[in-house]
Design a protein around this ligand. Structure first.
Ligand code: 6CS
Length: 290
């Protein structure tokens, strides 16, 4: 065999012969799946059943968590694993990345799905295919001990031109501040939840805008009550638009699962209120500006 023949060429060749291809010593059924999307609907599902699903996460508990042994957990991956198992997919591989890289990486076929608490909003819903909502949560500020600047709302930060707010790059919170018209030089990128806590401790920022439950995971950060003038933050698994057949099948299984006690148990285990997401639609969350 020509050493340069690609797996795809090999598959196509074998497909034409209706055969099964031995690849790397293991048998892989011929697949018509073009990487990065499905053909004839079943592409991603067939491939995931054989090879598993690659999932982008932020490793930001309680939304997502990559355990030392490589196990992927957190509220969204735990729901994803149950639904995928019911679809015949039993291998989930977690890949930790920044929120700003999640959609570009999905479209570049570096992973097959985002299950990270990537909150729905207009611009994201225009690029990816979300399943129906799994969680709805809130945003808060991490602040200095005693909240000396009395920062409680987005309006507080908008009105006080000297305040600097930390956000993770390309995250939903950066969008909130930009939508509020806050100057770019007051929006300070921090690496992640830990980086934001450190920036706060070093007084490089006056407040750290992040989901309430993520901030509460940081032992050394004072967390405000949920911000009343922040948009609703809801999310679910996000896929490539080309994989819409998979999304439809996934959503059908997910909606059944959402009626079962185990769904509520997973959400409550991670600190989410299952009653809050009941009845909330993708349409509603995808109408959030930004
Ligand atoms: O959707 C987002 O971009 C945000 N989601 C989470 C769970 N954490 C921060 C991030 O900015």
């Amino acid at each position: 065999m020509d050493a340069n023949i690609s797996r795809r060429q090999l598959f196509r060749g074998a497909l034409a012969l209706g055969g099964v291809v031995a690849v790397g010593g293991s048998l892989a059924a011929c697949s018509t799946t073009e990487p990065g999307g499905s053909q004839s609907g079943g592409g991603l599902l067939d491939r995931a059943k054989q090879e598993g699903l690659r999932v982008a996460i932020g490793n930001e508990p309680p939304y997502t968590q990559l355990d030392p042994d490589g196990t992927v957990t957190g509220v969204e991956p735990d729901v994803l694993k149950v639904v995928c198992a019911r679809m015949g997919i039993d291998k989930i591989e977690g890949i930790t990345t920044g929120y700003d890289a999640m959609i570009p990486g999905l479209m570049a076929n570096r992973w097959d799905v985002i299950a990270a608490g990537l909150f729905m909003k207009k611009s994201r819903c225009a690029e990816v295919a979300y399943a129906s909502p799994v969680i709805v949560s809130t945003e808060s500020f991490g602040v200095q001990p005693g909240n000396p600047e009395n920062i409680r709302t987005i309006a507080d930060v908008t009105d006080r031109k000297e305040l600097r707010v930390g956000v993770v790059p390309g995250g939903f919170e950066q969008g909130i501040l930009e939508e509020a018209g806050i100057r770019a030089d007051r929006i300070i990128n921090v690496t992640d939840a830990r980086g934001g806590a450190d920036a706060l401790g070093a007084n490089r920022i006056d407040a750290f805008l992040l989901p309430t439950l993520s901030l509460r995971e940081l032992a050394d950060v004072e967390v405000t009550a949920p911000i009343e003038d922040a948009p609703k933050t809801g999310s679910s698994a996000a896929f490539r638009p080309d994989d819409q057949d998979f999304v439809d099948a996934y959503t059908e299984e997910l909606e059944k699962f959402k009626t079962e006690p185990e769904f509520a148990e997973i959400l409550e285990k991670w600190g989410f209120d299952p009653t809050v997401v009941a009845g909330v639609t993708r349409y509603e969350l995808c109408s959030v500006d930004g």
